[in-house]
Design a protein around this ligand. Structure first.
Ligand SMILES: Nc1ncnc2c1ncn2[C@@H]1O[C@H](COP(=O)(O)OP(=O)(O)OP(=O)(O)O)[C@@H](O)[C@H]1O
Ligand SMILES: [Mg+2]
Length: 327
């Protein structure tokens, strides 16, 4: 059922969204698909690209998840400014100013999520009961739009469940990307996203799936690997066609490397940082029994860093290409 918006509301949506054309929601309706890792890696790679080209451009990552895992991956969890999602909560309650943590990396700010976001669905249900659900959603959209001029790119890390929180990201973003692992359930997660898309389109007709990321695939090097990747790519492409999407499955597949993923989250370092970390126990000391602990998987992190670089090129490149097409 289409939402009945007043023309004033429509005007304000159009105005708000026009300042955030490069907002991307990272979403899949199933848990453990790599959403948070992708948000952290892609956001920090873009920020680093801006920094190294001496651009003053900035990136904002927004954690829409009560789990708050983005703060682990980027290492800001529990630091001053980590409000556990409170500033997002306030933005759905009424006009308020969002307060991202500045400089979690050069050129990168983060709007924290966390426990407090558990309040959001309840608030939205209550506002729905009093007939002001769209106002609450627009209030979030406007709050993001208010800070958006400071950013070139905004990435939303969506929760696996909590459709109401997913919807907030989807009505705000221009684009979405979906990481999908190899299991069947992951494809069902993609189907759930497609439903949320239809719903979000009522308030955000411009929302478009940019592409699907094949995530955490085994690298065995043999025919089996090639076969699995081909098979799943074909299934995903068929899924996309079925829902009428022209979005591609990105060429770059991200492989599964548990050691690097675990160390990255534990240390709050993205793969490009972990790859050059030197503060871990040395293998010769571990082998000689002089120290305990695990040797840092720097080479494996470098592999993932390279794969994410290539993926970032495809994703951000596709946005720019789409922008040129519509210009
Ligand atoms: N390339 C990888 N190889 C192996 N493990 C990975 C990889 N990337 C991420 N992981 C691990 O897989 C788990 C899920 O990743 P992540 O948190 O990014 O997924 P998610 O979709 O955000 O999960 P959730 O739905 O719970 O929010 C985490 O423990 C993470 O450290
Ligand atoms: Mg997550």
């Amino acid at each position: 059922m289409p939402t009945q918006l007043t023309s004033e509301q429509v005007d304000s949506i159009i105005k708000a969204r026009s300042v955030l054309p490069r907002a991307i929601a990272v979403i899949n309706g199933k848990g453990g698909q790599g959403k948070t890792t992708c948000t952290a890696q892609l956001g920090s790679l873009m920020a680093e690209a801006l920094r190294s080209s001496e651009s003053t451009g900035r990136v904002l990552v927004v954690d829409m998840d009560p789990q708050g895992n983005l703060g682990l991956d980027l290492g800001y969890q529990g630091t001053p400014g980590d409000d556990g999602g409170m500033s997002i909560v306030q933005s759905v309650m009424g006009p308020s100013k969002l307060t991202p943590i500045r400089d979690v990396r050069p050129n990168l700010d983060a709007l924290p999520g966390g426990d407090n976001l558990e309040m959001v669905p309840g608030i939205l249900v209550a506002r729905g009961a009093s007939g002001s659900l769209d106002d609450a959603r627009m209030s979030f959209l406007k709050a993001i739009a208010d800070i958006a001029p400071a950013y070139d790119w905004i990435l939303f890390d969506c929760p696996p469940l909590e459709p109401m929180l997913q919807d907030l990201a989807l009505i705000t973003a221009r684009w979405a990307v979906s990481p999908v692992t190899f299991d069947e359930g992951a494809r069902q997660g993609l189907a759930k996203v497609s439903k949320r898309f239809t719903k979000a389109a009522e308030l955000n007709p411009e929302l478009e799936l940019l592409g699907v990321i094949m995530y955490a695939f085994a690298k065995t090097g043999g025919d089996e690997e090639v076969g699995q990747r081909k098979r799943i790519r074909a299934k995903l492409e068929a899924d996309l066609r079925k829902v009428g999407s022209e979005a591609p499955v990105f060429k770059q597949v991200i492989r599964r490397i548990d050691s690097a993923a675990e160390a990255s989250r534990e240390r709050g370092q993205v793969f490009t940082e972990l790859e050059s970390a030197t503060d871990g126990p040395k293998w010769w000391d571990v082998r000689a029994g002089r120290v305990t602990g695990t040797v840092l998987p720097t080479e494996r992190a470098a592999t993932l860093a390279d794969e994410f670089q290539a993926l970032a090129g495809e994703i951000f490149g596709r946005v720019l290409e789409k922008e040129r097409e519509t210009a």
